[in-house]
Design a protein around this ligand. Structure first.
Ligand code: N01
Length: 545
């Protein structure tokens, strides 16, 4: 990939634009295209990496692949783009998604407005000038009336503070900051901490390459087989003919996936019919398993039937009963944490070179120069430690920038007790700051490109509305934020999602982080309708001017 290095403005020189965007991943690229090509604004994107791609630039760990199906994990705004790009597999791998985003950047000539290697350190609203001043870590300075953060939801690595890491004599890596040249596991003893979506994708691939893999599991997890495969010519043809209908489904369903959720309850069918439905979904593979019944995420008794089906599958696949018991000892409802999908994850534990450590029984005590010591006194000798330990999700990447709104109010202070937004898009006290896929938006509960396109288009329409009327400023009112936070809580509490004590949706994976259920669980279709209604009412809940 080629990158255009930004020409430094020189010390003290403030470079002025109509809008600034932080991040050149899926959301930042589309926001740039909308503001520049549809509104004709002068826009600069500030991107920390040396290339486009965001999460797909950084997450190069073995097995990195999207859990959304490729034909839905893409932009839909351009018919030509849809027609000219062909995915090769049912689920796109990281290199293919990165190629796609590079293609988009080239196709729409986006690179010329992106500064690479420009990590934003601080942003400050100047009330007199009515614009944001933004500084990068390298000291470059920019200003614009509108600031859009497009920094993703899972981009601030969570590396647990385990004593002794500094003394470890081997190498260690976090999956979200994977070396571009890859890691050679040949002949190595590898320890992997974490069994979320990432660990479950990585373990089978690492196990094939390494001398030995030890998986350190704290919370046992469900996983559904992905059943990845190359896309057939027939499917590709079918896709081209049915794209409009697929897009309609993606826009109508709560999660933005290209399949509807069945309109039946677990208890509408007999136990035998239910088993057959689960079996068929297991064979088909993927996140569609969650869509087999409408009440899986709202009724614990309904959920138990799916949970028990999957536990039985784990016990069937994993030959060693002791390992199977640890892997199937899952303490939360199915899909109440983000459900992973896998390629031979449970099968991996049948390999001779894979062992499993149950951290619930024997927690990690420390890292030694030679490996990981658990509380039972065992020292697991390792050459490499892989942290598949997730992210300081949804807020981490925003709060590591020093963002200050009116009267010097910092975002960190405003969110001391947890994030508070209106529609996930704006924060009271921070005029003209738009957050894409922010806390309070459906984002991470969806197939991400769907909310991303919606957010970027909504922000674009909003800025067009303001400029057409000569309005310099828009800011969420505190009352609108209070109402939205209450609505986000109500939506979450109507589901089983907040019942999991160790979920990153709640910030529970990061010590000291306030426990607030962050994403909006009311569904993407409902969210879109609310945002449209807000705009139609002249941006109700926002103070304009
Ligand atoms: O992170 P996670 P992830 N000691 O937070 C464990 C998206 N994603 O990177 O559950 C020991 O889910 C932790 O244990 P526990 C997707 O939205 C998408 O896997 O806290 N263990 C857990 O097992 C996903 O949900 C795709 O008890 C520790 C694991 O580490 C999100 O990214 C692919 C620990 C972290 O799981 C994050 O997934 C991959 C400690 N100190 C990811 N700290 C695609 O669709 C944490 N853990 C491509």
């Amino acid at each position: 990939t080629t990158t255009t290095r930004h020409q430094a403005g020189g010390p003290g020189v403030v470079q002025g634009f109509d809008a600034l965007i932080v991040g050149a991943g899926f959301s930042g690229l589309y926001q740039l295209l909308c503001l520049r090509d549809r509104l004709g604004l002068s826009v600069r994107v500030l991107e920390a990496a040396e290339g486009v791609g965001g999460t797909w630039y950084w997450n190069r760990y073995p097995g990195a692949r999207c859990d959304s199906e490729s034909h839905s994990y893409c932009y839909t705004f351009s018919r030509e783009l849809l027609e000219e790009w062909e995915w090769s597999e049912r689920y796109p791998g990281q290199p293919e998604i990165l190629r796609y985003l590079n293609h988009v950047a080239d196709r729409f000539d986006l690179r010329r407005d992106i500064s690479f290697g420009a990590r934003v350190a601080a942003a400050r609203w100047d009330e007199a000038e009515r614009r944001w001043h933004v500084a990068t870590e390298a000291g470059e300075r920019f200003a614009a009336p509108f600031l859009v953060t497009a920094v993703g939801c899972l981009s601030s690595a969570n590396i647990p503070d385990i004593p002794g890491l500094g003394e470890f004599a081997g190498r260690w890596y976090h999956t979200g900051q994977w070396p571009h040249e890859g890691v050679d596991f040949t002949g190595k003893r590898v320890g992997m901490i974490g069994t979320g979506s990432t660990g479950i994708q990585a373990a089978p691939v690492i196990a094939k390459a390494a001398a030995h893999l030890t998986v350190f599991q704290r919370t046992a997890n469900y996983s559904i087989p992905a059943r990845n495969a190359p896309l057939t010519p027939e499917f590709k043809r079918w896709l081209k003919e049915n794209y409009a209908e697929l897009r309609r489904i993606m826009h109508a369903t709560p999660n933005g996936h290209p399949f509807p959720i069945a309109d039946r309850s677990v208890f509408d069918v007999t136990p035998e019919e239910r088993e057959a439905i689960y079996e068929a979904a297991w064979e088909k593979g993927g996140l569609q398993f969650r869509a087999t019944f409408r009440d899986l995420l709202v009724d614990k008794a309904a959920n138990d039937t799916a949970a028990e089906f999957i536990r039985a599958k784990i016990r069937e696949v994993v030959k060693d009963p002791a390992k199977a018991a640890v892997l199937a000892d899952i303490d939360h409802p199915f899909a109440a944490k983000r459900p992973p999908i896998d390629t031979e994850y449970f099968e991996t534990f049948n390999r001779d070179n894979v062992s499993l450590v149950n951290l619930r029984a024997t927690p990690i005590e420390c890292i030694t120069p030679r490996g990981i010591r658990t509380r039972d006194g065992a020292e697991h000798a390792l050459d490499i430690i892989v942290f598949a330990t997730g992210f300081d999700a949804m807020t981490g990447q925003l709060l590591r920038m020093d963002i200050r709104g009116r009267d010097g109010l910092s975002l960190r202070e405003a969110w001391r007790e947890g994030p508070r937004t209106y529609l996930g898009l704006q924060v009271a006290g921070f005029p003209n700051l738009f957050i894409l896929t922010g806390p309070g938006s459906p984002s991470v509960l969806c197939n991400m490109p769907v909310p991303i396109e919606q957010h970027a288009e909504w922000v674009t329409d909003c800025i067009a509305h303001l400029r057409a009327r000569g309005i310099a400023r828009i800011e969420a009112t505190p009352e609108a934020v209070d109402r939205w936070v209450e609505h986000v809580n109500e939506a979450a509490n109507a589901t089983l999602l907040p019942t999991v004590p160790h979920s990153w949706y709640l910030g529970a994976n990061v010590p000291g982080k306030p426990r607030v259920f962050m994403p909006y669980a009311g569904g993407m279709a409902r969210y879109r309708a609310i945002c449209d209604e807000v705009a139609a009412r002249g941006y109700e809940g926002f103070a304009l001017g």
